[in-house]
Design a protein around this ligand. Structure first.
Ligand SMILES: Cc1ncc(COP(=O)(O)O)c(C=O)c1O
Length: 376
């Protein structure tokens, strides 16, 4: 069986090299030496004056980001796609806000700028924030990202970007993600290309906001007292910070390998009739998202691949508006693109160390499925 994802854990010896700093300092958590070095290294990696606030996971990062960006705003609605992972909307609920679903565009599968404009015009100051996603860790196209910011700025609404799987993705200019919107959040979960088990990062160019985020991630403490807002515990401890440092050492190799695997699979499967997400930059390839020509074809190919021992999935089917917890959330329009994509989407396996034999087996299983579709 070729697993859908097969995380490559860094060797304990590579983590230990960094962890020794914490051990020597006898500092376990709360901004110890590994945490400090991680922040420094990540800020160097991202450049552009970005501040990085490590957190225990991306969901907490989204909750904190939403709290900080919506502080003092009149509205409580968050405009976000339904074609995303449950944590995007879940974080909005936990931040005391109300998700409102907006459709995605049919090429890039991200928040549709025209639909966003319509939603902002229609809902006025009920909107507290736009929560866009770099879906699947793919950088949004340059024009799309610019339209999110410009449209939201026209309406005076902040933008938070959930780039969960996208740390290390590069935009059309070759710059790493991190500077999208007013704040951008990443996940370091086991299923992500920059994987440390559990972890997250919040990025912003605004130093005051970064300090507020750090304070809120530590219960809200400042000089030993909680003066302003009540925070929560979202701190990244020293061992996961050491793990992140050891993965960061290898990140460009990891991303290079995944990009090569994705290119080989795409070259084999595009001629067979599978569609791919439009992109003008470099994704990170959390997995290989594709679309079949029809919903029925997707189901045939999925079954054929599973029968051949290739573990495929269908993210994001169901989309969030199809889940009971979010079914009552308002929708802007009928979300036709989201519904269509969800029915046709097929997620193919990815790992840092896929072998040529495994890549052939994935291509053969999915290609056979597509040929079966053609015969029906
Ligand atoms: C789009 C998106 N947002 C948020 C999350 C939540 O990340 P974490 O597991 O680090 O909380 C994920 C995780 O898979 C995700 O895919």
């Amino acid at each position: 069986v070729i697993r859908f994802q097969r995380p490559e854990l860094p060797p304990a010896t590579a983590i230990e090299e960094y962890y020794r700093r914490a051990e020597d300092a006898r500092w376990y958590a709360n901004s110890g030496p590994c945490h400090a070095l991680l922040v420094e290294r990540l800020q160097d990696y991202l450049g552009r004056g970005l501040h990085v606030v490590p957190v225990a996971n991306c969901t907490l990062g989204l909750m904190l980001g939403l709290r900080v960006l919506t502080e003092g705003r009149r509205g409580d609605e968050v405009l976000l796609p339904s074609f995303t992972f449950a944590a995007t909307a879940g974080a909005a609920v936990w931040a005391g806000l109300r998700p409102v679903f907006v459709d995605v565009d049919p090429d890039g599968w991200m928040l549709d700028p025209a639909a966003l404009r319509g939603a902002l015009e229609g809902r006025g100051d009920r909107v507290a924030c736009v929560l866009a996603c770099s879906t699947f860790g793919t950088p949004p196209r340059r024009d799309v990202a610019a339209a999110w910011s410009a449209t939201a700025a026209d309406a005076g609404v902040p933008v938070l970007v959930d780039s969960a799987a996208g740390f290390g993705a590069r935009d059309a200019d070759g710059a790493p993600l991190g500077a999208l919107g007013d704040m951008e959040v990443f996940s370091l979960h086991a299923t992500k290309p920059f994987a440390i088990g559990e972890g997250g990062l919040i990025c912003t160019t605004d130093g005051d906001r970064a300090r507020t985020l750090s304070r809120l991630a530590n219960f809200g403490f400042e000089d030993g007292v909680v003066t302003g807002e009540v925070g929560l515990n979202a701190k990244l401890a020293e061992w996961p910070a050491a793990t992140a440092l050891s993965v960061l050492d290898r990140l460009e190799d990891i991303l290079g390998a995944r990009r090569a695997h994705a290119a080989t699979l795409r070259a084999a499967l595009e001629p067979a009739g599978l569609g791919f997400q439009a992109c003008d930059g470099q994704p990170t390839w959390q997995f290989l998202p594709t679309v079949a020509p029809t919903a029925a074809a997707r189901d045939v190919v999925r079954d054929a691949a599973l029968a051949a021992g290739v573990e495929v999935r269908a993210y994001f089917d169901p989309p969030l508006h199809g889940m009971p917890a979010f079914a009552e959330a308002p929708r802007v329009g009928g979300l036709p693109v989201t519904t269509d994509l969800a029915e046709r989407v097929l997620s193919l396996p990815m790992a840092n160390d896929l072998t040529p034999g495994e890549i052939d087996a994935i291509a053969a299983a999915v290609g056979d499925g597509m040929r079966e579709v053609a015969l029906r």
